[in-house]
Design a protein around this ligand. Structure first.
Ligand code: FAD
Length: 318
């Protein structure tokens, strides 16, 4: 068993961003000399060769499927055939609604090591160790796979940073056996999730933490965020208390501020689980009364001061 097989995801003709994040996740797992092959399944897989030709990809496997969109049976049979032919030691899929449909079944059928919702994976003394949440994301669980020569990991989106530079991987056509599909895609229906904010796409975020003290203080920071053109985010205690919806929580058990360029953290201490959601941010500004707060360790600009005073001063400018 050797090599890493990544299963890309596409929807409605677009490569899903998580596909390239999987390529980055693969880099931390590849052993010396091992190759990373990315398989893309579609009725016209060639169209994804360009978007997938990124640093870290050694080979692209195009797999032509009868249907344009994801299909459980087709994926289970085609990915199974890929594993049989390629004999990778690691297979990476996205932890997504698509993989829910086939990954567990495949792992059970082929006797693979298996973990879902993985946000960290590395080799420790040569052995693969995956980290995922447990007890409703309140603890981190490290999973190893003794006795399994092949491991399938479903990786959480927005955790690994996609490669930015391009490459010219070899392209191979893979003829998958025809699988019998028991379903037919009929139409796409967009579902709106109550609070429709997408923290992962926000470029400018103002985050409030427990330093705001009480729920009654939330509206003034919401107004400030609106005035300066930022998306309002929060740390976990604020979401746990129900002061803001969970969709606004940044961090390990919340959202990753993957597209954020400017992040203002007000009254946030900078716990490691919060920092996990902002590790891709280029400019962090922190306001905290405690000069020793960990958030200052990652901030480009820090203000040791009271968030209410700073908020008021900022407000006078907007
Ligand atoms: C498995 C697991 C997953 C987790 N996931 C997440 C996650 O996704 N996101 C997350 O945020 N946390 C997460 N946590 C919780 C995390 O460990 C911290 O408890 C949390 O981030 C702390 O939030 P905070 O910084 O708002 O609060 P605190 O740590 O209480 O910090 C409040 C800060 O406000 C400052 N402050 C107080 N008053 C003022 C004032 N008037 N002006 C300026 N500063 C002031 C204080 O000095 C302090 O630094 C997770 C924990 C676990 C165990």
């Amino acid at each position: 068993m050797s090599g890493i097989l990544v299963i890309a995801e596409q929807r409605r003709g677009e490569l899903r961003p998580v596909s390239l994040e999987l390529v980055s996740a693969a880099q931390g797992l590849r052993r010396a000399g091992e190759e990373v092959a990315v398989a893309v399944l579609s009725d016209s897989p060639q169209r994804f060769v360009g978007p997938l030709s990124m640093a870290g990809v050694d080979e692209i496997l195009t797999v032509t499927t009868p249907a344009a969109e994801f299909d459980t049976d087709t994926f289970e049979s085609a990915v199974g055939a890929l594993i049989a032919q390629r004999a990778p030691d690691v297979i990476l899929v996205a932890h997504s609604v698509d993989s829910f449909g086939y990954a567990a079944a495949l792992a059970a059928r082929l006797g693979l090591g298996f973990a879902t919702d993985v946000f960290d994976a590395r080799r420790i003394d040569g052995e693969l160790v995956a980290t995922r949440g447990g007890y409703g994301q309140k603890v981190n669980v490290e999973v190893d796979f003794p006795g399994r020569s092949t491991v399938l990991l479903a990786i959480r989106g927005n955790v690994f940073k996609a490669p930015e530079s391009t490459a010219t991987p070899k392209v191979t056509v893979f003829d998958a056996p025809e699988g019998k599909s028991r379903s037919t895609g009929r139409e796409f229906i967009e579902l709106s999730a109550g609070d429709d904010v997408d923290m992962t796409a926000a470029e400018f975020i103002l985050t409030i933490g427990r330093g705001i003290g009480e729920e009654a203080k939330v509206p003034q920071f919401r107004e400030l965020a609106d005035a300066i053109g930022a998306t309002l985010g929060c740390s976990r205690p604020i979401a746990d208390a129900g002061w803001l919806p969970k969709s606004r929580q940044v961090g390990q058990s919340g959202k990753t501020a993957g597209a954020c360029k400017l992040y203002i953290a007000m009254g946030v201490s900078g716990a490691i689980q919060h920092l996990a959601g902002m590790k891709h941010v280029s400019t962090i500004v922190a306001v905290n009364t405690d000069a020793e707060a960990s958030i200052f360790g990652v901030a480009k600009y820090g203000i040791v001061g009271d968030i209410f005073e700073i908020a008021e001063q900022l407000r006078t400018h907007f």
